[in-house]
Design a protein around this ligand. Structure first.
Ligand code: URA
Length: 190
């Protein structure tokens, strides 16, 4: 067990415990934001920009996440942001449930044990499936509170990458849903 998030981060950055580290270009990504935050936001895994910079959610999805957080009065440095999967899978494919479980059992679970957030936001399907159940569905389960295996309440919302693919009324509706999910999460932190 690691005594601090910086000890964990040092070990994480040299992780080679599964084949994903051969698929990605720049090595595992770490976390972003405040390790003292009551709010943890858990995404899927690094995309191209995150792989390059080594931190989660700094590319187009991360920029949209920032806007959603601003809309509920939170700046990113006040939240803890991390991913289920630490390495970028080849061609940015969606990681399998097994890959997510293996990686998160090595890293994310230990991060959460150190950070002890009050509330978790699961961003999108991969985070929801890891934090709730492999059978969970974002379309059905978003906006509903559930208790994670860490015994910490969590709410799932749409991944910003999904919003980036929407247009028109669908986009407006999804943005409002994300707003209400984030608002509920921030209120529960207080
Ligand atoms: N999508 C995620 O879920 N996490 C990232 O870090 C980048 C894109």
């Amino acid at each position: 067990m690691f005594s601090s998030i910086s000890d964990l981060e040092s070990a994480l950055l040299s992780c080679d415990q599964c084949k994903l580290c051969q698929e990605n270009n720049h090595g595992p990504t770490s976390y972003n934001g405040s390790a003292c935050s009551p709010l943890a936001i858990i995404g899927e895994g690094p995309g191209g920009v995150e792989d390059e910079y080594g931190v989660p959610l700094v590319g187009p999805s991360g920029q949209l996440l920032d806007k959603a957080l601003w809309s509920v009065g939170v700046t990113r440095d006040k939240a803890y942001t991390s991913n289920v999967i630490k390495c970028r899978p080849n061609k940015n494919r969606t990681p399998t449930v097994e890959e997510g479980e293996f990686c998160a059992s090595l890293w994310l679970d230990k991060e959460i044990a150190i950070i002890q957030p009050k509330v978790i936001i699961a961003l999108g399907s991969v985070a929801l499936k890891y934090l709730l159940a492999p059978t969970a569905r974002i379309t059905k389960d978003r906006g509903h509170w559930f208790t994670t295996k860490y015994n910490i309440p969590a709410i799932a919302t749409y991944h910003p990458a999904y919003l980036l693919r929407l247009t028109g009324k669908d986009l407006v509706k999804a943005k409002w849903e994300v707003y209400y999910d984030m608002k509920a999460a921030v209120e529960k932190c207080q």
